[in-house]
Design a protein around this ligand. Sequence first.
Ligand SMILES: Cc1ncc(COP(=O)(O)O)c(C=O)c1O
Length: 403
Amino acid sequence: MGLERDWNFDEIIDRSNTGSMKWEPGVLKVKFGEGRENLLPLWVADMDFLSPTVVRKAMEERLAHQIYGYTMMDEGYNEALISWYQRRHQWEIKKDWILTSPGVVPATNYLVQRFTSPGDKVLIQTPVYYPFAQGIVSNGRQVLENPLKISKGRYQMDFDDLATKAADPRVKLAILCSPHNPVGRVWTQKELEQFGKICLENNVLVFADEIHCDLIMPGFKHICFQDICDEFAQHSITANSASKTFNLAGLQQSSLIIPNARLRNEVSHFFENLGVGGRGSGTLFGAIATTAAYNGAEPWLDDLIVYLQENFVYLKTSLEEQLPGVKVFDLEGTYLAWADFRSLGLPPTKIVQIIEDEAGVALDHGNWFGKNGAGFERFNIACPRGILKKAVESVVAGFKKFL
Ligand SMILES: Cc1ncc(COP(=O)(O)O)c(C=O)c1O
C-alpha cells in the first residue's frame, strides 16, 4: 500500500492553546522567569512538526468507537515493536521480554525505586538529561557522576573514572543515555562494550535509555546495548519509545525490554503494585499511535532525518561563522544540538541572560545537565527552518552586542 507523502516539515503550526509545555506562556514563566513568557522556544524535547497522518488516522478510527474503557494492548503492539527493531536496528526482541511503562522518565524512577535502596548511588554520565539526577535525588538516592570528557572536539566516556566509581559497593545502578542527550553522541560498539564490561564486573545493573535511538544521522549506527552480548542482555533493562521518533510524547507510552526473566518478573510485580504499565497494559492511544507509527511511518522518519540534518548544518555554520569561538558539536543522533559558548569569554550567567533577554529565545541551559554543562547551550532543532532561522539570527544578534 502506497503512503501519501503529505508531510511538509517547513510548515509552521500554531501550537498555542494546546497545552504545549514548550510554548505555553505559563510554563515559560515558571521555567525561565517573570517577563519571559513569550520567548521563542527551542527547549523541551518535542517537535514542532505534525505527527505522521497514519498515526492520526489510527487514533481517529478508535476514537469513533466512543468507549475508552480499560484496554489491553493487542498483539499488534508487540508485533509492530519487534518488527521495527528488527528492520531499523537488526535487533531481535522476543515478545516475552516486553513490558510497558507510561513513559521513560516514570520508568527510570520506578527502576531506581525497585533496584536501589535509599542512600545507594546511581551512576550517570554528565552532562546528561537532567530528570535522571532529579529522579535519583527525589527518591532519596545519591547521584554519582561519571563525567564525560571532551577529547579532540568529541565527547568521550571516561572509563578509568567509571571503573573507580563502579567499584563503590553503594553503586547499584548505572543509567546509560544512548544516544546521548545533550551531547549528541551515538556510542560505538567499542564504547558500549567497555561501559557494559565495567558495569558487569562490578555487578552494577544497567538501565539503557534508548529513547533517541531512531534519530540517527546519516553515517552513524545505533547499537542496541542488549544486542551486544547475552551477558549484557541479562544484566540490563532497556527503555524505548516511539515518542521522540514520531512526536508522541503527550501519549505517555514506552516499552521496557527485559530479557532476564527474574528481573522482568520483579519489574512486573512492582508495576502491578503501583498499578502502572507492566505486561499487556499500556495507554490506549499511546499504544495505537505507536503501533501505527512503527507499521506505517518509516518514510516519514527517513525524510525527517534528512530535514533535521539540514537544520543542524544551518545551525552549526551560522553560529560558528557569525560568532567565532562558538563550537557546535557534531550531531550523531537526537535532534538536540549542543553548543559551547565558553570561549566567548562571558560568564555562563551572562550567556543565559543574552539568550533569554537579548535574543528572546528559550534554550535548555547547559548547567541544567550538570555542572560541567555551564557555558553550553542545547538547541532543539526539531522545528521548521523558519523558526530555527529566527532563533539563530536572534541569538547571533544578541551576542554581537557584547563582543
Ligand atoms: C534521554 C531521555 N529520556 C527520556 C525522555 C523523556 O521520556 P518520557 O517522555 O517517555 O518520559 C527524554 C526526553 O527528552 C530524554 O531525552
